[in-house]
Design a binder for this molecule. Structure first.
Ligand SMILES: Nc1ncnc2c1ncn2[C@@H]1O[C@H](COP(=O)(O)OP(=O)(O)OP(=O)(O)O)[C@@H](O)[C@H]1O
Length: 320
């Protein structure tokens, strides 16, 4: 499938600060989470793709258009939710989105219809007629999302759309991101400095670290089983008795909070049965027995400084 974004050796320095360091990347359709700690280069990458900031080296194409020569064509096909507050406080969301739609070339009547539609999609109802200066952070993020969708883009770049939101608003925003990608079929690149946040909604994850590509792969490949089972047992001295019995059976365990991790390298099914039988023999209640999964954070814990090529087997990490 044709990538929506491709970069070759893309580099950006702000004087002495190297924000992007020779980045080779391919991003396909669907929802892609672009994650990395603060300062990893996420916002810089999005701004370069839009032509808002010039690269200092390398090349990039967005939807087949070259960023060096086709900026207007890219901006016509791409929606952008910027990270920082950029909304005029005295203007209503409704007027703002109509204005943005007209700026993108829609006639006034079509712009009004489109604005009403996207504001409804993002869940801004009556408030859309109020000046945005009085909005909560969640409402402001929704207004920013609505303007990103106003001109019916093929790709949206969402820079930290959940930043500053409380847990309920964060969930709502992630739900909207998911709908844009899955229900509307728009390609989405969404950034977050919370590494695990996008696991649930993204099809692919790209991890940046210090302006370099740390890893790019399908989200489910990040979450591969680790070969470890998580076990929780209840009863008198339950953990210690379980550890003793399992180690007699030659199985390695380690405590993790109220739970035990059990190495299932011997064969997940066999160890699964062994745990169940052992708990039963000891008269302990088996509260939890599940496969442990990796999380995106584990990539930073395991492989800092490691780089994979996006086209290569994403599980194969080559060290510098
Ligand atoms: N206009 C600028 N002038 C100088 N340095 C900058 C500028 N913009 C970004 N930087 C630096 O470039 C690096 C990458 O910043 P960038 O904003 O792209 O990272 P980020 O991953 O989006 O992080 P954040 O979530 O904190 O914005 C950082 O070290 C940042 O301080």
């Amino acid at each position: 499938m044709e990538p929506v974004v491709r970069t070759q050796g893309l580099t950006k320095d702000y004087g002495p600060v190297l924000a992007l360091d020779s980045l080779d990347l391919e991003i396909g359709p669907g929802i892609t989470g672009l994650v990395g700690a603060n300062g990893a280069g996420k916002s810089t990458l999005l701004k370069i793709l839009l032509g808002l900031v010039p690269a200092t080296g390398g090349r990039a194409q967005v939807l087949g258009h070259d960023i060096a020569s086709d900026g207007p064509a890219i901006r016509a096909a791409v929606g952008y939710l910027p990270e920082h507050d950029c909304l005029p406080p005295d203007v209503s969301a409704s007027d703002f989105v109509v204005h943005m739609a007209m700026m993108s070339g829609l006639p006034r009547v079509a712009a009004r219809e489109r604005a009403a539609e996207v504001l409804r999609h993002v869940g801004l109802a009556e408030e859309r007629y109020r000046p945005m200066g009085g909005y909560s952070t969640g409402m402001k993020q929704k207004a920013k999302l609505a303007q990103a969708l106003a001109h019916d883009p093929r790709l949206v770049l969402l820079d930290e759309p959940t930043n500053g939101l409380d847990p309920a608003a964060r969930e709502e925003m992630l739900g909207l991101v998911q709908r844009i990608g899955r229900d509307f079929g728009i390609a989405v690149i969404v950034t977050s400095h919370l590494l695990g946040e996008l696991e649930r909604v993204s099809d692919h994850v790209v991890v940046l670290d210090g302006g370099r590509l740390l890893r790019a792969s399908r989200t489910d490949e990040f979450l591969d089983a680790t070969g470890v089972l998580l076990v929780e047992v209840l009863g008198d001295d339950a953990q210690a008795r379980m550890v003793a019995a399992l180690s007699l059976a030659g199985v390695t365990t380690a405590p993790r909070g109220a739970m035990l991790t059990v190495d299932a390298a011997a064969g997940e099914r066999d160890v699964h049965d062994l745990i169940r039988d052992t708990a039963s023999d000891l008269g302990l209640g088996l509260v939890r027995l599940q496969v442990d999964h990796r999380h995106i954070e584990d990539v930073f814990a395991d492989g800092s400084g490691a780089v994979t090529q996006p086209s290569a087997d994403p599980r194969e990490v080559t060290h510098d």
